[in-house]
Design a protein around this ligand. Structure first.
Ligand SMILES: Cc1ncc(COP(=O)(O)O)c(C=O)c1O
Length: 395
């Protein structure tokens, strides 16, 4: 039977990594990869994580199953991190957390939950969005449609977004990026979140907020602004959280699906269904990453150290954004690209065309996705002038 199976092309980003590794240009720069890089170009293990792992190694007493909702210690520290220490939603017992294999696992839980428990409801995602959103919801059998997000001038198309949200059929699900929009880097401000809230209320939509980069934009609490606004002003919401980026736990697969319901009773009903979805997918989530997060956030000392390290990462990214625009000044391109300093998170829609991206790769050894998305964390103070000069050459 397997003779009928067609081979599909590999992931475009993986192909890019391969080509980058083969490139012999001594000045080559990798802006394609989707992980944080420090000034040395590595994705380090955070010091707080190393310390927590040492404690776990010493104190862990069992490798038994942790249950479909995961480790209660993890839930206890992640809920306030996401919803806020003094969240009225938490106080009212309206929020449930299910530990998941990364943010991706949480999205798949949400997708299966929507498919089985909210039959007929479609999901609306931003155009563009993280490509895996499309695959996850399609694989789960949820009808997916798009609302505009970036305009032809490569700016946030908020009027277009809002107008489209107003047309979404009542009861459908709308996927919103909490912060650090991937791939564009364009985030909503407080006033825009308020307007989204009004439309979501009016149209009785269910928000699914993807929170994969908490702490990478403006700060742990600042980045949660939209999440908390919606959670506190709506009866129902779904949130997918990830510790891949902010704890650097990419391969440990550490995430969560948070479900908010109208009251405690409804929350428990929803929670019981999510347990079934988790069980049918993978039974229990992997434990190690969640245990690290719990170990860190339960310790005032480790939590402080982790926050400092996260601040370092955030400041590096935001500093590079400003320095990059500055490096474009000699070429009189700083105004044209000023938006790069305003975007947030690792990713930036540069507005470069696929042809310009190809030229950057072929002529300068600068690698990025053909959509023009660049990972700002792939820059370093030493290569800024080189990248700026290359961008000027293709402009
Ligand atoms: C928008 C968005 N959501 C979710 C994820 C999932 O991350 P993970 O499954 O690694 O936690 C990512 C990762 O790149 C992302 O960019």
């Amino acid at each position: 039977m397997f003779e009928q199976i067609q081979r599909v092309p590999g992931d475009a980003i993986l192909g890019l990594i391969e080509a980058f590794n083969k490139d012999t240009n001594p000045n080559k720069v990798d802006l394609g990869v989707g992980v944080y890089r420090d000034a040395e170009g590595t994705t380090p293990i955070m010091r707080a994580v190393k310390e927590a792992e040492a404690l776990l190694l010493k104190n862990e007493t069992t490798k038994s199953y942790i249950g479909s909702h995961g480790d209660p210690r993890y839930a206890k520290v992640v809920l306030p991190m996401v919803l806020g220490e003094d969240s009225p939603v938490l106080a009212a017992g309206r929020a449930s957390l299910t530990q998941s294999p990364g943010g991706t696992g949480a999205l798949r839980l949400a997708a299966d939950f929507i498919h089985t428990q909210l039959p007929g409801k479609g999901i609306w995602v931003s155009d563009p969005t993280w490509p895996n959103h499309l695959g996850i919801f399609e694989a789960a059998g949820v009808t997916l449609r798009k609302y505009p997000y970036v305009d032809a001038e490569n700016r946030l198309d908020f009027p277009g977004m809002l107008a489209a949200l107003k047309e979404i059929p009542e009861g459908d699900v709308v996927l919103l990026h909490a912060c650090c929009h991937n791939p564009s880097g364009f985030d909503l401000n407080a006033d825009q979140w308020q307007q989204v809230l009004e439309v979501v209320k009016d149209r009785k939509l269910l928000p699914l907020i993807d929170f994969a980069y908490q702490g990478f934009g403006d700060g742990l609490d600042e980045d949660a602004y939209g999440v908390r606004l919606l959670a506190e002003n709506l009866d129902e919401a779904l949130i997918t959280s990830s510790c891949s980026k902010n704890f650097g736990l990419y391969r440990e697969r550490t995430g969560a699906l948070i479900a908010i319901a109208g009251d405690n009773e409804q929350m428990e009903n929803v929670r019981s269904q999510i347990a079934i979805v988790a069980r049918e997918n993978y039974s229990n989530p992997p434990a190690h990453g969640g245990a690290i997060v719990a170990e860190i956030l339960e310790s005032a000392e480790l939590a402080k150290q982790w926050r400092e390290e996260l601040t370092e990462m955030r400041n590096r990214i935001n500093g590079l954004r400003r320095d990059f625009v500055e490096a474009l000044k000699p070429f009189e391109l700083d105004e044209k690209y000023a938006f790069i300093a305003e975007q947030r998170g690792m990713f930036s829609y540069t507005g470069l065309s696929p042809e310009q991206v190809d030229r950057l790769r072929e002529e300068f050894g600068i690698y990025m996705v053909r959509s023009g998305r660049a990972n700002v964390a792939g820059l370093a103070s030493e290569n800024l002038p080189y990248v700026a000069k290359a961008i000027a050459a293709v402009n």
